[in-house]
Design a binder for this molecule. Sequence first.
Ligand code: FES
Length: 167
Amino acid sequence: MINENSHTQYDVETDEELMNHLNNIIQECKNKPGMLIPILQQTQKLYGYLPESAIKKISTELNIPFSEVAGIIGFYSFFSTKAKGKNVVRVCQGTACYVRGGKDLLSAFKNVLKVGVGETTKDKKFSLEVSRCFGACGLAPVITINDEVIQRVKPSSVAEIVKSVED
Ligand code: FES
């Protein structure tokens, strides 16, 4: 059954199936020390982000206050409590990329996608994020789209790149 209400990596799973899956993750890990972050990582992989219902469940099962779990999620930039688009664009704003046009490149993505950083397009096709460095500084400015690294990107190429991902 297709779940149309939640945005998940496993979009064939219903909310109930996702919650069962989450429960298995928690039960497997809950008695081992230091498992909160690994559980959150697996939960994010399961849902594509960390929905409030999942955070509440983790908080209850691990007997850790919700505010504490939320604080840890807020501390690590790789955790997200917002549903992401089908494609995640990350524009590097590290020093090398920034001085070689990363700022203009980010503006071009904002204009073409019509979203700000941390936002998702209305059609849920794209989320826009920034990154500090992809370790490919020699070929700056660099972006990633999902797992693909694209180097020496020009602002004038952005519309074409977005279209190629859409098609
Ligand atoms: S600063 Fe952008 S890849 Fe290193």
